[in-house]
Design a protein around this ligand. Structure first.
Ligand code: BES
Ligand code: MN
Ligand code: ZN
Length: 510
């Protein structure tokens, strides 16, 4: 799908020619706000009347379309979208409002929208022009994405139009400059998240480990990333025993993918992003039930986010060094597959007793995390659809966050809050470690039912050494069964924007 075209113009909102002009509005405010003041005058008080009548209340996700008469305004349609209460207004509300606007535009058969953000002045989160525009554009870019590449014809209930262009209306040159900066960031970050969503939506027979490697290599060529891809033989050479153990049951060739972005000083230690890349998880010999097994194509959502994030970081030319690490394989049963009870030797040298072949994510991540040592990263952040237990703990509303460094955990939480990809911490107390004690090997790969998300993270912790590390369990958040105003159901792209924002904030801090 083509990118959304974004234009910033300096203009009086009444003079903006567009098929649809979007006007955000706060709940309970009975007077027109921002650009709506002048437009209300142009349409003979029509906005005031509908606000006073309570026909539009500005509740979050609410919207109402208005048709000015000929000559009243340069815009053919005005779309009021609700933000909820002013004092509760967050970037997430703005993302939702623009998502709603995009959906309405699709329904109305309008492919281009103009947006005024004037009403957002004094929004409670103290959003400046930059933050408001960034959230608005992220919401629009994410909302406009759709996964249609495997359909040969349009469906009956398909929207009448696809939104392909957005014009942001600025009040002056300073605001225009901030809107342009916001547009550049939103385009990179939300565009990268859409790439991750496309990858995670692709079925297992399309998005194979070698497909992920090809995507990485293409990114390398287009954006000047150094990309290294290891095949089975090279993995053997590097002693990636845990990754190879998972891959041995599959005919499909595994890949270990390394992407290096160098935007910082030669001697600066990089940030490491690690993503689980299980392109299909059947469970292996410990096979999963058939129900919803088809969804296990998104078990490479962590990997997709790493690919997306590296593209965004390179596009933005952030002044920092970043390395992305992706262990990619299928997890299938076969005559060659690993069996419960097997013991394998990991890249770090630790031996692992495989009690359950469906706990494969931690095996491949163990090798990737240990491999990261050679880059001497300043910090490691991994993302993995690792445990069903995180859905039991947090549902679909938060990423499970764990790690070995309190400051990094706080930092990642704050980053997640900013981008609307909330994380919630779970403890890695020593007591939990005993659940992984093995009779025959150094560690076993499952710790039983209790605290399944924590014991999975504890397993990973055994392979990171002293490097500050945080782990995101995205099993509950990488896929949605229902839609948000700015996200269709299906792959969410989580945590691509979190990754990008983390790297951006680290790059800015130096
Ligand atoms: N990929 C799954 C986790 C998962 C579950 C992701 C639901 C998305 C939605 C992972 O590999 C897995 O199978 N985990 C097991 C671990 C268990 C065997 C200890 C699980 O959560 O059941
Ligand atoms: Mn599994
Ligand atoms: Zn899995």
């Amino acid at each position: 799908m083509a990118d959304l075209r974004i234009t910033v113009i300096e203009a009086d909102a009444t003079a903006v020619t567009a098929p649809l002009l979007v006007l955000p509005h706060f709940e309970r405010e009975r007077r027109p706000l921002g650009a709506a003041v002048a437009l209300d005058r142009a349409v003979g008080g029509g906005i005031t009347r509908l606000l006073e009548a309570g026909d539009f209340r500005g509740k979050k996700d609410e919207s109402l379309v208005l048709y000015p008469r000929d000559g009243e305004s340069a815009a053919e349609r005005l779309l009021l979208v609700g933000l909820g209460k002013r004092e509760e207004c967050t970037a997430e509300r703005v993302r939702r409002a623009l998502g709603t606007a995009v959906r309405q535009a699709e329904r109305l058969g309008v492919g281009e929208l103009a947006v005024s953000l004037d009403a957002l002045d004094e929004a409670s989160e103290r959003m400046g022009a930059y933050q408001a525009a960034r959230a608005a554009l992220e919401g629009a870019i994410l909302a406009a994405w759709d996964f249609r590449e495997l359909k040969t014809k349009l469906e009956e209930d398909a929207p009448r139009a696809q939104v392909n262009a957005i014009t942001l209306v600025a009040r002056g040159s300073e605001e225009a400059r901030e809107f342009c900066d916001a547009a550049r960031f939103a385009q990179a970050a939300a565009g990268a998240e859409n790439l991750a969503r496309s990858l995670a939506s692709r079925p297992g027979n399309v998005a194979t480990p070698s497909h992920l490697a090809q995507v990485a290599e293409a990114l390398g060529r287009e954006h000047g990333l150094l990309v290294t891809v290891l095949d089975r033989a090279a993995m053997r050479g590097e002693g990636l025993g845990a990754l190879l153990a998972v891959a041995q049951g599959s005919e499909e060739e595994p890949r270990f993918i390394v992407l290096e972005y160098r935007g910082g000083a030669q001697d600066q230690r990089p940030l490491a992003l690690v993503g689980k890349g299980v392109t299909f998880d059947s469970g292996g010999i410990s096979i999963k039930p058939a129900e919803k097994m088809e969804e296990m194509k998104y078990d490479m959502s962590g990997a997709a986010a790493v690919l997306g994030a590296l593209r965004a970081v390179a596009e933005l030319e952030l002044p920092i060094n970043v390395v992305g690490l992706i262990p990619a394989t299928e997890n299938l049963p076969s005559g060659r597959a690993i069996k419960p009870g097997d013991v394998v030797t990991s890249h770090l040298g630790k031996t692992i007793e495989i009690v359950n072949t469906d706990a494969e994510g931690r095996l491949i991540l163990a090798d990737a995390l240990a491999y990261a040592r050679r880059f001497q990263p300043q910090a490691i952040l991994d993302a993995a659809t690792l445990t069903g237990a995180v859905v039991v703990a947090l549902g679909n509303h938060a990423i499970g966050l764990m790690g070995n460094d309190g400051d990094l955990i706080d930092e990642v939480r704050a980053v997640g809050q900013r981008v609307g990809q909330r994380c919630w911490p779970l403890p890695l107390w020593d007591e939990y470690r005993e659940q992984l004690d093995s009779q025959v090997a150094d560690i076993k790969n499952t710790g039983g039912r209790p605290a399944g998300t924590i014991t999975a993270a504890w397993f990973l912790k055994e392979f990171v050494g002293d490097t500050p590390w945080a782990h995101l369990d995205i099993a509950g958040t990488a896929w949605r069964d229902d839609a948000l105003p700015y996200l269709r159901k299906g792959a969410t792209g989580v945590p691509t924007r979190l990754f990008v924002e983390w790297v951006r904030s680290r790059a800015e801090a130096r």
